[in-house]
Design a protein around this ligand. Sequence first.
Ligand code: PA5
Length: 390
Amino acid sequence: MSTISFKTSVKIPQTDWSPHLAALSAAQMNGWATIQDPDPRLNDYVAQIKNSAEVLVVIGIGGAFLGTKALLDAIPRESKTEIIFAGTSLSPAAMQQALDRIGDRNFCINVVSKSGTTIETNVAFDIFYQKLRDKYKEKADSRVYATTGRSGTIFQMASERNWSWLEHPDNVGGRYSVLTSVGLLPLAVGGVDILELLGGAKSYAANLTGALNYAALRVHLHNQGYFSEAMATFEPELRYFMEWWKQLFGESEGKNKVGLLPTSLMYSTDLHSLGQLIQDGNPKIFETFLEIQPTASDIHINALRGLESKDLAEINAAALRATVAAHASVRPVVEIRINNRTAADFGALVYFFFIAAAMSAFALGQNPFDQPGVEVYKKNMQKLLGLSDD
Ligand code: PA5
């Protein structure tokens, strides 16, 4: 069973969550809160992709990308099919790099977009679809898997060209979608045990105490004038988990002039850069450590004086304990820890943060499920590209 430990030195105020839990139950966009079984077509699609592709190109941005990337990086797995991502940048150099990475290898595309109208996704898809058509001619369409809503350019093309299709549920927003077909298809192709992942989330859903305490603490510190929460980890493979977390909280609660700025610290690297600011700089930032229970590793120190034969895991754990103690002396510190790197543990952790983000946003008086601010640049860009007049 997966458990999440939540620890803080801050006294958490008593919070009555019942109105916010009721708001979640009543929300139209709460489809993520009840974990659903995978789409029945998914197993066949996964088998087709694994049998025919050395590379799966997943094209999408925001919630269509971050959760999948986070879990592929975090969960130990094996797959003969390499997953690469596109659509997160319009840089020609980055696009070329992704195209070159496929080279002559066999590939399939999974285009992921709820709206089917996101410009970054549609541009990248256009480019990779051309490569697919050049290579596979009239057979190209059998290699496209579209995860999208029931409207928009991508859905229209999927219907016209008979692509394999998975529904992006209408009642789930992008940043809450990693446990739906959005994440499940590429995660399964990448070798993640998706049933175990969903099982972990389901088991966490049965007891939300830690997530509610975390939400209460965030709201309390926000109301005390803290402007930023920095998430820190000593595990580089959690870098994208922190990126996913930033999107989840930034888009859920950052509106109407409120919201904590979620930022991330990659230790030990950042101990020798931003660590200075965290120790001695602006005190209105609190720090949340994302931890995995250390276990013995196979790597030991050789001859370094004083550390001979020490397990590297023990040294990394010492760096964590030393940093928590140093930073807790000057600012509020939170520790969130899972026991193992299993799919079940990460499923639970995803659900933990889903609930905490929705509850924090409700408690700050915000709608956790919209992102009106993102539209402003999109409209400007459409105008600059001559796609609209206003
Ligand atoms: O959380 C969200 O809803 C957003 O970050 C979306 O995931 C992102 O904007 C991509 O949108 P779409 O899936 O419509 O292409």
